[in-house]
Design a protein around this ligand. Structure first.
Ligand code: MLT
Length: 249
């Protein structure tokens, strides 16, 4: 059976975030790119969804598939979920790809911003929230040179159900600092970021890589927070090289 790759999207996105990777890796690998609970098609959500609950949903998905182990790949909030998953079920992970993410918890100020973001989603609606988020997601060069991608990202965010966005925002505020677990990661690990990611500045990734035994860092030029969409060819080539280096991949 071919290697399974579980792609976990960020906030406030859905599986469409991974369109270039589904195209590139779908024919060769068993690629899973689910919507996190409430995102995409929607559905009922509690007020708060901790990262561990999304991780449990991911476990249920791979259990249902009869998949023993996955290459776990998460972008930003997807990275928080990936680290929660690895913390809880390390035996189900064969390799790890952390994109544009961090292991640290929110500061008190950051937590207050999350509560405000939850309120904004519910009260102002996602069209307004999405418009404000675009400059944080995509670097200036991407926004200037790739207007179609920019519109696509804005509409994907605008289409997310406000209740799901609010629940995720409150859940992210609760997430623990997972820096201490990094030293115990024993699977091959790749960390990818963009050189123009303002949400997760380079030192964030450098610190993670330094803490994870044997981890490798790749910084993609001309890419912001959504490096897999902004520099898809370089991103896919990096992931492809990593996958080929894995035993049985
Ligand atoms: C994401 O892209 O998932 C978010 O930027 C994560 C966050 O807000 O911490």
């Amino acid at each position: 059976m071919s290697t399974s790759i579980l792609l976990i999207h960020g906030f406030p996105h859905d599986h469409r975030l991974w369109a270039p990777q589904l195209t590139a890796f779908g024919p060769t690998y068993n690629v899973l790119a689910p919507d996190l609970r409430g995102f995409g098609a929607g559905g009922p959500v509690p007020e708060v969804i901790p990262m561990e609950h999304y991780a449990a949903d991911m476990l249920a998905l791979i259990d249902a598939q009869g998949t023993e182990k996955v290459v776990l790949c998460g972008l930003s909030m997807g990275g928080y979920v990936a680290l929660a998953f690895l913390d809880l079920w390390p035996e189900r992970v064969s390799a790890l790809i952390l994109c544009n993410t961090r292991a640290t918890a929110d500061t008190e100020e950051g937590k207050a911003v999350r509560m405000e973001a939850a309120r904004n989603a519910l009260e102002k609606g996602m069209a307004v929230v999405a418009r404000g988020m675009v400059p944080k997601m995509l670097c200036e060069k991407t926004r200037r040179e790739q207007p179609d991608l920019t519109s696509l990202v804005e509409s994907m965010m605008a289409e997310q159900p406000p209740a799901a966005v609010a629940a995720a925002s409150r859940g992210m505020a609760q997430r623990p600092d997972r820096t201490a677990m990094l030293a115990s990661i024993s699977v091959p690990t790749l960390v990818i970021t963009g050189d123009a990611d303002e949400l997760m500045p380079l030192p964030t990734s450098e610190t993670m890589v330094a803490a994870i035994p044997g981890a490798r860092l790749v910084v993609l030029p001309n890419a912001g927070h959504l490096s897999n969409l902004e520099a898809p060819d370089a991103f896919n080539a990096t992931v492809s090289g990593f996958l080929s280096s894995l035993p049985h991949a």
